[in-house]
Design a protein around this ligand. Structure first.
Ligand SMILES: NC(=O)c1ccc[n+]([C@@H]2O[C@H](COP(=O)([O-])OP(=O)(O)OC[C@H]3O[C@@H](n4cnc5c(N)ncnc54)[C@H](OP(=O)(O)O)[C@@H]3O)[C@@H](O)[C@H]2O)c1
Length: 276
């Protein structure tokens, strides 16, 4: 598995596994299956209410903790410094873990103006050894600039909505210039029309792969770390097998050209959208 190294030296596998909506016994089975297939990066969040499921799957898998990168996220309702610190600790108790490899601010909620305070709490939690690296999710350049100006600390990752219909060229460029690793959430567009796109289907036929594989491969080739979610082992395996073929520069460009301004899956513009 190729790796991507963060600005702090943490090695991340080039593909991760999303766990949104994977809960309870079925969730444990699905996540254990993903670990058995080979995924070594799991993405969860306090708000997914499944950190316990993730922690249980890790224990069941028998894979040593230190071989797995685990990422969780701070919800918008707990941006205040003290609450944020308590939430990170609660996140760890829920998962039965001693530390998270990464902890991200889930949404900036800029109208509330508290994300800097949340960032300061993440910095403290890192110093306390609760988190190895700190990052953000759904942050726009102006939000990240503010964090860097005020604290001098650059996020390790920025997890954003990214798929062929919304490919975030400018934000990717900003992240790259700041040595921030861009993660793609909903990398398969949450199974919307993109999985039936005729142009991607044509490329899939040419390279003898599925549409999902072509999309994930495109994300990897544009320098992004995708975290696809699937409850099904067969799809988990399909999504994982994207390192034994390559798209040509022309094929990459053809998919990049599908980008459109209104391509978000749920119209969640971080400048306006709030999540708590
Ligand atoms: N930071 C944020 O604000 C944020 C927001 C959204 C998501 N995320 C993270 O990103 C992860 C991935 O995003 P997502 O779950 O929204 O969407 P996604 O990974 O783009 O798509 C998941 C959907 O695609 C289906 N699917 C997966 N592989 C497939 C395949 N090979 N062929 C056909 N269908 C396939 C899944 O169905 P089955 O499960 O039935 O197979 C599921 O319905 C989440 O789980 C979460 O960890 C973060």
């Amino acid at each position: 598995m190729p790796t991507i190294t963060t600005n702090n030296g943490l090695k991340l596998p080039a593909i991760g596994f999303g766990t949104y909506q994977l809960k309870g016994a079925l969730g444990v089975n699905a996540i254990t299956s993903a670990l058995n297939i080979g995924y070594r990066l799991l993405d969860t969040a306090f708000n997914y209410e499944n950190e316990g499921t993730v922690g249980t799957a890790i224990k069941r898998s028998g894979i040593p903790r230190e071989q797995i990168i685990i990422s969780s996220k701070l919800p918008g309702r707990h941006h205040h410094y003290q609450e944020a610190l308590e939430t990170i600790q609660e996140s760890l108790y829920r998962a039965g873990l001693d530390y998270y490899d990464l902890y991200l601010i889930h949404w900036p909620n800029p109208k509330r103006g508290l994300y800097l305070e949340a960032w300061q709490a993440l910095i403290t939690a890192q110093k306390m050894g609760l988190i190895r690296e700190i990052g953000v999710s759904n942050f726009l350049p102006e939000h990240i600039d503010h964090l860097i100006e005020q604290t001098g600390i650059t996020p390790a990752v920025n997890q954003i909505e990214l798929h062929p219909y919304f490919s975030e060229k400018q934000l990717r460029k900003y992240d790259q210039q700041h040595h921030i690793v861009t993660w793609a959430w909903s990398p398969l567009g949450r199974a919307n029309a993109v999985l039936k796109d005729p142009i991607i289907a044509g490329i899939a036929q040419d390279v003898n792969r599925s549409i999902s594989q072509v999309i994930l491969r495109w994300e990897i080739q544009i320098g992004v770390l995708p975290i696809p979610k699937s409850a099904h082992s067969i799809r988990q395996l399909e999504n994982y097998q994207v390192f034994d073929f390559e798209l040509s520069p022309a094929q990459v460009q053809t998919i990049s050209n599908l980008d459109r301004a209104d391509g978000r899956t749920q119209n969640q513009d971080p400048a306006e959208y709030e999540e708590f």
